[in-house]
Design a protein around this ligand. Structure first.
Ligand code: NAP
Length: 281
């Protein structure tokens, strides 16, 4: 184990990752002598990269596209979130054991708790758009939080059905064409699809049928205010953007590697917002 704790984010490509900015901010804020760097690891090189981690190259790190499923397969032990989601985004060593977690579910819930405290006081029906990797984390999080009517709406119905089967009785699968009806009594609408991101098509979803007290959140954060959030705000609905999910999902890993539980501060958020605006303009 190196004397100065070292963390990483690995992926391919990796230059776009904002994780070094986030962890670098916390290292400076807490005056810690550690480092956190982005490492480009091609898919074929990932097992050897983990061998070096096992040999002590780093305390641990984050894993992003395309390595999350391989990290799940190669970690010795996984927590409940990783097991349910089937992907690992956070790794750390404990003795000779390589542990894996998925902190996206934590990040999703912590963001809502932070931005709309009490948002889950009434656990009514939830509509989740999308059935990909991010949807799995969101669905697991909502089930853990105690929601009992979670409607997965996806362009490809079979993928929604596969997720509903995987997660069990509180989850149902639907096609996009039924969304308006499903939204009528929903307390929460979550977009987990990339639609609405810069350069992507917008979602064919009309927020008009949502109840007046519904909350709308998007896990896309470039732009911060997606077309879906803009439409919801225009209608007077409460909204939460996806940036906080990115910030909060980083908290558990930092604590594992550097021994301090960091906070998602307004200053950190402003720093990442400025970075997003710089690349968006
Ligand atoms: P993914 O596995 O590729 O899944 C994408 C899902 O979106 C699929 O269900 C797909 O439907 C659906 N979809 C894609 N384009 C669509 C469109 N134009 N209209 C309707 N549905 C569409 O992707 P992912 O890994 O889940 O990531 C999704 C998004 O979440 C990305 O933008 C990612 O950046 C973001 N994300 C944010 C955070 C955060 O911290 N805020 C964390 C993780 C991911 P089909 O099944 O029909 O193809």
């Amino acid at each position: 184990m190196p004397e100065t704790p070292r963390g990483f984010v690995c992926g391919h490509p990796i230059a776009h990752s904002r994780s070094p900015l986030i962890h670098g901010y916390w290292l400076r804020q807490h005056g810690l002598a550690g480092s956190y760097t982005a490492i480009d690891v091609e898919p074929g090189a990932f097992p050897a990269f983990l061998d070096r981690l096992r040999a002590g190259s780093h305390r641990g790190g984050n894993v992003t596209i395309p390595h999350k499923e391989a990290a799940f397969a190669l970690a010795d032990r996984k927590d409940a979130a990783a097991e349910a989601i089937g992907a690992v985004n956070t790794l750390w060593m404990e003795g000779d054991t390589l542990f894996g977690s998925n902190t996206d579910a934590y990040g999703f819930i912590a963001n809502l708790d932070d931005r709309q405290p009490g948002w889950d006081a009434r656990k009514g029906p939830v509509v989740v758009l999308g059935a990909g990797g991010a949807a799995r984390a969101v669905l697991f999080a909502l089930g853990e939080r105690g929601f009992t009517d979670i409607r997965i709406v996806n362009r490809t119905l079979d993928r929604a059905k596969a997720l509903a089967d995987h997660f069990g009785g509180c989850f149902s699968a639907h096609g996009l064409d039924t969304a308006a009806e499903l939204l009528r009594d929903a307390t929460l609408l979550v977009n987990t699809t990339p639609a609405g991101m810069h350069g992507q098509a917008e979602l064919p979803i009309d927020v008009d049928s949502l109840p007046d007290d519904a909350l709308v959140t998007d896990i896309v954060y470039v732009p911060l205010q997606t077309p879906l959030l803009a439409a919801a705000a225009k209608r007077g609905l409460r909204t939460v953007d996806g940036l906080g999910m990115l910030l909060h999902q980083a908290v558990p890993g930092f604590e594992r590697w550097f021994g301090v539980r960091p906070a998602v501060t307004p200053e950190l958020r402003a720093m990442i917002e400025a970075d997003i605006e710089a690349i968006s303009s």
